[in-house]
Design a protein around this ligand. Structure first.
Ligand SMILES: [Zn+2]
Length: 68
């Protein structure tokens, strides 16, 4: 019998079906700028907001940082 541990299930982007990667993302939180590591889709840059962060609804993830 196999016991499958799913503690480390990789997050998958709904849109792209890609594994999210840990990435440093700039966020604006409570009026301050922070750099935090969040799970981000390498394709569409969608960021998975951690539950703790999501609790403060003021969080805004600055998107398009990598516009080059
Ligand atoms: Zn994606």
């Amino acid at each position: 019998m196999k016991i499958i541990k799913e503690e480390k299930t990789p997050w998958i982007c709904d849109k792209c079906n890609k594994e999210l990667q840990l990435n440093k993302v700039k966020v604006v939180y409570l009026g301050g700028n922070f750099e935090v590591e969040l799970m981000q889709c390498p394709e569409c840059k969608m960021v998975l907001i951690d539950e703790d962060l999501a609790l403060g609804k003021m969080l805004e993830v600055e998107k398009g940082l990598e516009d080059k």
